[in-house]
Design a protein around this ligand. Structure first.
Ligand SMILES: Nc1ncnc2c1ncn2[C@@H]1O[C@H](COP(=O)(O)OP(=O)(O)OP(=O)(O)O)[C@@H](O)[C@H]1O
Ligand SMILES: [Mg+2]
Length: 389
């Protein structure tokens, strides 16, 4: 009586339609072992795809994560690097839509007329498009929920002949588990990072809270305090102006403290202290690999401030190229991290301050008037002491 462990690879291939490439069992074992390894997400995905490509000879392979109705390529082989920046709404990509909607691996006829999501993205194919090719895909599930997809493409029609559905389903199950594991680890990391950033901001808020509240009872200051009380309860963007030292930061803190977001920290960004090359990532975050030194995905101040208040201090110093992106975040409550086209929704109340004459900055084309008008939905001028004798 033969036992399974004794079956040689060739016997196994002969019996079960296991791929003829490298040791399929060894590869599956490797993938399974990786599940418990502490790997960074993109390493985990890369190792998974390497293993898949060793188990199944193919010309291109892609691992995609499903978020809502959109698939995001998280790792790829045989595709141009740009493929990793793209997102694939399943409704716009019939092949991906079929794959995600199917409980079993899907194989498309080699001359199928359905457009391939990777047309123009396959490195090594003439013109980037492989007109006739073998295309295979499987939905990746975890706990019954579709979490992504794995696609394999080969130039030669019939390349995937003889691959047994059982082998593919096993591969899909392991790939699904790998995707889920990474998503869970990333969520934990994001939460830890968010907590860390919040703790930093809370410490700062506590330190600043000791700087006391606005002192003064002159008519000008009473008017200011009334305006603060009036606008605090709304989510209107406030632009605080006034000379240096008049207490703009104090006013910002007072508005936040009287708002419905007071339980959250006031997230402070000094735009004058942001070097241009990191300003965008500081505000909007970045994804791993977006630039040298971007080793991990990182949330920006806008995301950290979601549900809270963002204080954009010295807003007049914000670099011009960044202003449209800020305007978009204010107008639509959404942003994209540096290096990604994925949209993040944020719920942020923005308070900005400047000791510059912003209208003059607009006249000098150093500040955008549309951004100014958006920020100054509720302008507040803090009068200098000499006007409050
Ligand atoms: N009305 C006030 N009551 C109490 N403290 C005040 C008042 N105005 C200013 N201060 C104090 O003066 C200092 C400067 O205030 P703040 O940092 O808010 O100035 P600012 O308007 O932001 O100036 P800059 O434009 O230089 O950033 C702070 O220590 C603040 O506590
Ligand atoms: Mg200030």
């Amino acid at each position: 009586m033969l036992t399974t462990t004794a079956l040689s690879q060739s016997q196994l291939r002969a019996v079960s339609g296991w791929p003829s490439a490298a040791q399929p069992l060894a590869v599956l074992l490797e993938i399974a072992r990786d599940l418990t390894r502490g790997l960074a997400a993109h390493d985990r995905y890369a190792r998974l795809l390497d293993a898949v490509c060793r188990a199944v000879a193919c010309d291109a392979a892609c691992l995609l994560r499903l978020e809502g109705e959109v698939l995001h390529a998280v790792s790829a082989r045989g595709l141009v690097p740009r493929a990793l920046e793209l997102s694939f709404p399943r409704r716009e990509h019939p092949r991906l839509d079929i794959i995600v909607g199917s409980a079993r691996p899907v194989r498309f006829p080699h001359d199928s007329s359905l457009p391939d999501p990777f047309d123009g993205l396959v490195s090594g194919a003439p013109g980037g498009v492989a007109h006739v090719h073998d295309c295979l895909g499987m939905a990746l599930t975890e706990g019954g929920e579709v979490v992504g997809a794995l696609t394999l493409d080969a130039f030669g029609a019939g390349s995937f002949d003889g691959l047994s559905p059982e082998f593919l389903e096993l591969l899909a199950a392991l790939a699904g588990a790998a995707l889920r594991t990474s998503a869970l680890i990333e969520a934990l990391e994001r939460r830890a990072q968010h907590r860390e950033q919040l703790a930093e901001e809370l410490q700062r808020s506590i330190a600043a809270a000791h700087s006391g509240s606005l002192l003064g009872h002159s008519p000008a200051l009473s008017r200011l305090l009334r305006d603060i009380a009036m606008v605090a309860g709304s989510d209107l963007p406030v632009l605080i102006t006034g000379e240096t030292g008049v207490g703009k930061e104090l006013v910002a803190r007072q508005i936040h403290a009287a708002s419905r977001r007071a339980r959250e920290p006031l997230i402070h960004v000094n735009c004058a202290a942001l070097p241009e090359q990191v300003a965008e990532s500081e505000l909007f975050g970045h994804v791993a690999g977006a630039f040298t030194g971007a080793l991990r995905d990182r949330a920006g101040k806008f995301e950290v401030a979601s549900g809270a208040t963002l204080f954009l201090d010295e807003i007049g110093e914000l670099a011009l190229p960044l202003q449209p992106k800020l305007l978009r975040a204010l107008q639509q409550g959404e942003l994209q991290r540096v290096g990604s086209d994925r949209t993040h929704k944020v719920d942020v109340r923005v308070i900005a301050a400047s000791n510059r004459d912003l209208e003059r900055e607009i006249a000098r084309e150093r500040f955008r008037s549309d951004l100014f008008h958006r920020l100054a939905a509720f302008p507040l001028r803090v009068p200098p002491l000499r006007e409050r004798r």
